[in-house]
Design a protein around this ligand. Structure first.
Ligand code: C2E
Ligand code: MG
Ligand code: MG
Length: 535
């Protein structure tokens, strides 16, 4: 029976929070169960609240066979009991809430990693007992979530996550009961995981993944703006015979990474080849650490040439990894991993020290009216080091080279991420005297609105534009535009990747003053570069 607030015996106790005594319920017009009381031959009744502070948690009723006058001492005792009971209930609730909070994500209310792994552990154990029934783990990562967060702010990011969680669980609710037992969890950030149990076949997991992607594809409205999102999903299933939850999570995660790297908004299923790639990566990482310890990095130097006259004005230092086997590994094969693992900070620091020392030696051996310059590449991670400026200053001072002969090459992406911070760093570097170049210009997000605020000295045109140089073509027009832009911003220009005489002639004609490329020289080791300078 449902009691309205203020109606009937429990309703009025609930409303007032005070005990109520009724001499004879069969005579009470407000007592709604008079007929039942008569049938059971019950007459007197009292009820009291179970209280937590002023909140009524519950109401308890007692009945008696004959009618009775109110017994105040009895009511007082029962009131005390109600308060005690309330405390017990409150403690239990707090305990439940603690357990709930520790196992759920506060933003979306979904199970968190702890609860998810616990369920997965149980699924792994259950599968051992009943191998014919399968399960799968889906690892979901939103594509471009960072973009929303960075452009619309954290509140919008939170709203997006809540909306996404709702969409995912709506899809899963529909699946539930059709031979699938789903658990959706949020691991943190934009990472969600789903455990699908009771699967007859792992192909069901793929179908569900597709439905999830469809659900995310519809645009979301966040703070009045249409936001488009998609998800990359990795799947690992019990088919592969797992013995631990951690292994499953790792493999579903690996599959998700592949989905991302193959172009996002994709579904990938874990297989052995993925495992091998990951293992290779891991061993490359530990080899890289070893390379640092064993000092296996070497610098090659590529001359930068003045197009009128053909003089070498400086060099760009380019790192290579000389493996114990003698193999020379190009930076394309290890810089990205070094960046991801943070090893680039150490490599980059070594590069600066070594290159500046070489520069100082060359400047002493070959004094000229305009001293030779040295360019080194600075990675995004290196640039973001809080003491980056201090590292540069220390390396320059230690070498004895003149600061104004040093060029730090930075790609556009680094500065666009946090322009204000970048401007500050660049200004401090210039105050010290070193010069800064913008590398691979035209390949990143060239933000023209920032470019004029960023105190760059030199702009390096990416070699893809030089490559496209043909007689009277768009390639020429792009380079001409970049040259004009640089001129109006008062920057020097170095064209990269000049490979042919034609390139060089064209560049010179268009007014580009400096270039580097295979036409002049490939990057040379220290000995060959020293010999070239002497010549
Ligand atoms: P980058 O800074 O744009 O360097 C120019 C790259 O173009 C070099 O490749 C150079 O060998 C190559 N190159 C020069 N002239 C020509 C040409 O005429 N034709 C062609 N096809 N290529 C030419 P490399 O040495 O393999 O370096 C690749 C990239 O690796 C560099 O691009 C730079 O981004 C990165 N890198 C190299 N050394 C370092 C380093 O010490 N630290 C960091 N963070 N990155 C480095
Ligand atoms: Mg460079
Ligand atoms: Mg470049």
């Amino acid at each position: 029976m449902r009691f309205e607030h203020g109606r009937g015996l429990p309703g009025s106790v609930l409303d007032t929070g005070a005990a109520v005594w009724i001499r004879d319920v069969t005579q009470d017009p407000d007592f709604q169960r008079a007929a039942a009381a008569k049938a059971c031959d019950l007459h007197a009744a009292f009820a009291f609240p179970v209280l937590a502070g002023d909140d009524v948690l519950a109401v308890m009723e007692f009945f008696y066979r004959s009618s009775l006058e109110p017994d105040e001492p009895l009511l007082a005792v029962m009131g005390q009991i109600g308060t005690q009971l309330g405390r017990v209930m409150e403690r239990k609730r707090a305990e439940d809430k603690l357990i709930y909070d520790a196992s759920h994500d506060p933003l979306t209310g979904l199970p968190n990693r702890l609860l998810f792994t616990d369920r997965l552990d149980r699924a792994v154990a259950a599968h051992k007992r009943r191998p014919e029934i399968g399960f799968a783990v889906l690892f979901i990562d939103l594509d471009r979530f960072k973009l929303v967060n960075d452009s619309l702010g954290h509140a919008a990011g939170d709203a997006l996550l809540i909306e996404i969680a709702g969409r995912l669980s709506a899809v899963l609710t529909k699946e539930e009961g059709h031979g699938v037992l789903p658990t959706l969890a949020r691991l943190g950030g934009d990472e969600f995981t789903i455990l699908l149990e009771e699967l007859d076949s792992s192909s069901i997991a793929i179908e569900i993944a597709e439905r999830l992607q469809d659900a995310l594809r519809r645009p979301l409205t966040i703070e009045g703006q249409d936001v488009y999102t998609s998800a990359s999903i990795g799947i690992a299933s019990s088919d592969a015979g797992y013995s631990s939850a951690a292994d499953l999570m790792r493999d579903a995660d690996l599959a998700m990474y592949r989905a991302k790297s193959e172009g996002r908004a994709r579904i990938e299923i874990f297989d052995q080849s993925l495992h091998e790639t990951a293992t290779r990566r891991l061993s490359l990482e530990s080899d890289l650490r070893g390379a640092l310890r064993k000092q296996e990095f070497v610098l090659y130097y590529q001359p930068i040439v003045a197009l009128d006259g053909g003089d070498i004005v400086g060099f760009e230092a380019l790192v290579r990894w000389q493996r114990g086997s003698g193999e020379l590994v190009p930076p394309a094969e290890f810089i990205a991993l070094a960046e991801e693992t943070g090893l680039i900070v150490f490599i980059g620091n070594w590069v600066m020290r070594d290159a500046f020392a070489t520069l100082a030696a060359w400047q002493t051996a070959h004094p000229r009216s305009v001293p030779l310059t040295m360019s080194v590449n600075v990675s995004p991670r290196q640039f973001r080091q809080p003491d980056f400026v201090e590292q540069v200053i220390a390396a320059v001072k230690e070498s004895g080279a003149r600061p104004d002969t040093i060029r730090l090459e930075i790609t556009e992406g680094v500065t666009v991420q946090d322009a204000d911070h970048a401007i500050g760093i660049l200004q401090r570097l210039r105050e010290f005297g070193v010069r800064v170049s913008i590398d691979d210009f035209g390949t990143g997000y060239s933000s023209l609105s920032y470019l004029h605020q960023l105190p760059f000295d030199t702009l390096k045109i990416d070699r893809s534009f030089v490559n496209a140089l043909q007689e009277k073509s768009d390639g020429n027009r792009i380079i001409q535009t970049i040259l004009d832009l640089a001129k109006s911003l008062n920057m020097d220009v170095v064209a990269e990747g000049a490979e042919t005489e034609h390139h060089v002639d064209q560049l010179r004609e268009m007014g580009c003053r400096f270039a580097q490329g295979y036409y002049f020289s490939r990057p040379l080791d220290h000995t060959a570069a020293t010999a070239l300078l002497r010549r």
